[in-house]
Design a protein around this ligand. Sequence first.
Ligand code: LLP
Length: 424
Amino acid sequence: MHHFEYRNDSLHCEDVPVAHIARAVGTPLYLYSQATLERHFKAFQEAFAGAAPLVCYSAKANSSLAVLTLFRKWGSGLDIVSGGELFRGLKAGFEPRTIVYSGVGKRVDEIDAAIGHDILMFNIESMEELALINQRAGALNRRARIAIRINPDVDPQTHPYIATGLKKTKFGIDLATALAGYREARRMPNVEIAGIACHLGSQITSLGPFREAVTGLIQIFRELQALEIPVTYLDMGGGVGITYHEESPPRLDAYADTLIDAVDGTGLRLILEPGRVLVGNAGILVTRVLYRKQGKDKIFIVVDAGMNDLMRPALYQAYHAVQPVEQSARENIVADVVGPICESSDFLARDRSMPDACRDELLAVMGAGAYCFAMSSTYCSRPRVAEVMVYGDQFDVIRRPEDMQDLVRGEQLPHWLTKPSDPW
Ligand code: LLP
């Protein structure tokens, strides 16, 4: 149960009618259910209860300060990939010692900030990064804890753009190089080896890839033991999929058992970096129908949210269910649900069988809690939309909608265009 359900034909988020929030805040808007977030987080923690892992919520899925603060209060750590996510995490009150930092392109200023705050560990993605972190830690008079992110060359059987554990991708370090990396790291004065890390990809709907990867990583752990290189953590990344349409992702307890069984007896402490599985089905995008347009061959439902607000369908051909906020008896049609943007990729649903929709009515785009607002942009000078959190019968705006002034904030003309004598 995701706390989005119809009561008297009216879609509710927990105890609040979605239409009521849309009237109060305006559309489009993102709507999150706190009870769903909590249920998902607690279910994840409970699945791993036996192993007492460190769950580091993956900030990139939804980095709203309200969402981050909730996870922090429930005992989560944080997985970050940028200085901006470090900033947000600290603002949301995360203890630096619960923050892990992945990413192939960490800049010097970002590394310095993370070393300065003494985060739990860097997941190293190249030998050059390892050398740089050792050097920066030395310059800052610190020791940086590191894990090497292994690229296990495992096929996660997901969309190619979100598969990250295959050797043809830019992520992680191959097994042989990683072992050399650990040997080198042991000799570096300013780094402390803390763990082994990996991340296979996202929206993974079977256990096989996790099983294969964890087995490989435990072998590395054994090889490190033989070299007398101690490690504390095994960071298995994120990646567990959710149901958008007809996928049947693994149950969390089966996922947990797979990993717990593999580390059993090793003394390793698991770190997990779940994103989508915690937030994906805890949010929806509410949009209003602007026009119902009968094309030559197709019906287009033109709505006020576009690919700039929710780009997953355009980028990954992702499926998001679209449903009326107020249910009524009506004909089913096949239609494209499209936004106002000047591109044919601007669709939220394509060739979708759905209840007919008319001008001014509200539609809910489901499964929009993960990688939706987070990937939104102001393309076509469309201000970013509001985000609202619901809790029981209460709701509050957690991000006001941007306005026109926000669109031009920080912009200025070059000084030669501001002179009274400007010849243009
Ligand atoms: N850890 C690392 C190092 C990651 O790169 C990611 C996601 C996660 C954890 C969290 O993965 P999750 O549990 O959410 O699957 N924008 C795409 C998804 C990109 C995922 C990138 N990395 C989408 O909309 O599907």
